[in-house]
Design a protein around this ligand. Structure first.
Ligand SMILES: *[C@@H]1O[C@H](CO)[C@@H](O)[C@H](O)[C@H]1NC(C)=O
Ligand SMILES: *[C@@H]1O[C@H](CO)[C@@H](O)[C@H](O)[C@H]1NC(C)=O
Ligand SMILES: *[C@@H]1O[C@H](CO)[C@@H](O)[C@H](O)[C@H]1NC(C)=O
Length: 345
């Protein structure tokens, strides 16, 4: 008898010790009201926990995204404005930039910043080639490379080089430009470089290449904008002199390459870079809002941004948008704020 138990297989013994219940642990849960209600309650709480986890995750994702999308440099729109040590205003053709340049110059005076010297006429930095150090005129007041003060001429942004140029003092330098409705800009570019300036055939480009690319594309110096647009699809080529004026002059001056402007991946990538590289992109159609933002960004009072006789602005922006009375009211309003507004620092 004794020897029989010694050789009993091990798992049988284990089974006996673990499941002491008569039906070897397979007790059925009874199907009654209490159990059904309990089951439903359990199911509901399980669903509740799951729901909370999903919601919590969503909140976390939104929070992380929000944290990430906060600008890393220049917490500009924080409540207190901080006076910058310099700025780069990219002056772009036909986008009300002359008006804003005037305003920027007054800001320079108020912040006692020296203006950078221009290279050629109203231009700097090798325009229409992208800005690079070889075209930066030396100024006797000091090295450009150490500290930018006030740069506000026409040049072409360089998406690769500008961040390097600004890197040593990025937090204290403000970068600004203006953009305008593309069709309005095109109309203005056409009239300025071609329509208003036609004098006769342009055999060679002068420094500003007036007439181009419109003359090369139409082979005429008296086409109307409609006639030009009718020929555009057929005759446009990126290789025409100053072709960017007939494609997207704003994207070009902000640093995009002409021949890659049809590549949506490149365009998207460039836009992301621009978004990082500019602190304020003024929409010329929102002049007054821009003045408010500019005042805060540069930490100057509205009175510094005021300009007597808004003639240029009227021509550029308001003539088609608002009536003369509204303009007068806005001017009155500005005069009032001039007397009462203080810088928010
Ligand atoms: C800048 O503007 C402020 C406010 O109008 C003024 O108090 C200050 O004197 C100005 N600074 C200069 C250098 O003009
Ligand atoms: C443009 O000029 C040409 C001569 O160069 C002339 O034959 C033509 O009629 C002109 N067109 C317009 C619209 O003025
Ligand atoms: C700059 O300031 C002067 C003096 O206040 C003013 O006469 C001029 O209109 C201002 N220019 C611009 C562009 O705001």
């Amino acid at each position: 008898m004794g020897s029989f138990w010694v050789f009993k297989p091990r798992e049988v013994i284990l089974k006996r010790t673990v499941f002491q219940m008569p039906d070897a642990g397979r007790a059925k849960i009874q199907f009654n009201r209490t159990n059904v209600i309990l089951g439903i309650v359990l199911l509901l709480s399980f669903a509740g926990v799951l729901h909370h986890l999903v919601v919590l995750r969503k909140i976390r994702v939104a929070y992380v995204h929000n944290e990430r999308s906060k600008p890393k440099v220049n917490p500009i729109w924080s409540k207190k404005c901080v006076k910058p040590e310099g700025y780069v205003f990219l002056k772009k053709h036909k986008t009300a930039s002359t008006t804003f340049k005037g305003i920027m110059v007054n800001i320079s005076k108020n912040l006692t910043l020296d203006g950078e010297k221009r290279w050629l006429g109203p231009q700097g930095g090798c325009y229409p080639a992208p800005f690079d150090p070889t075209c930066w005129p030396y100024s006797e007041e000091g090295s450009h490379y150490e500290k930018i003060q006030a740069m506000s001429y026409h040049f072409r942004w360089n998406l690769d080089y500008m961040p390097k140029l600004l890197a040593n003092n990025r937090e204290n330098i403000r970068t600004i430009t203006t953009i305008r409705d593309p069709l309005d800009t095109f109309r203005s570019v056409f009239n300025y470089f071609y329509g208003a300036k036609r004098k006769g055939p342009h055999d060679d480009c002068d420094i500003t290449c007036f007439g181009e690319p419109f003359w090369s594309i139409t082979q005429s110096y008296n086409s109307t904008i409609g006639e030009f647009l009718d020929q555009l699809d057929e005759k446009y080529t990126d290789d025409a002199p100053y072709a960017f004026r007939a494609k997207n002059i704003q994207a070009y001056e902000m640093g995009m390459e002409l021949k890659k402007m049809d590549d949506s991946k490149y365009v998207r990538k460039s836009l992301i870079e621009m978004d990082k590289q500019f602190d304020l992109v003024i929409l010329t159609e929102h002049f007054w809002e821009s003045i408010v933002l500019l005042s805060h960004l540069m930490c100057v009072e509205y009175s510094t941004l005021y300009r007597h006789g808004f003639k240029i602005i009227l021509c550029y922006i308001f003539i088609t948008i608002i009536s003369k009375n509204q303009v007068l009211n806005l001017q009155k309003e500005l005069m009032r704020t001039k007397k009462t507004t203080k810088c928010h620092n």
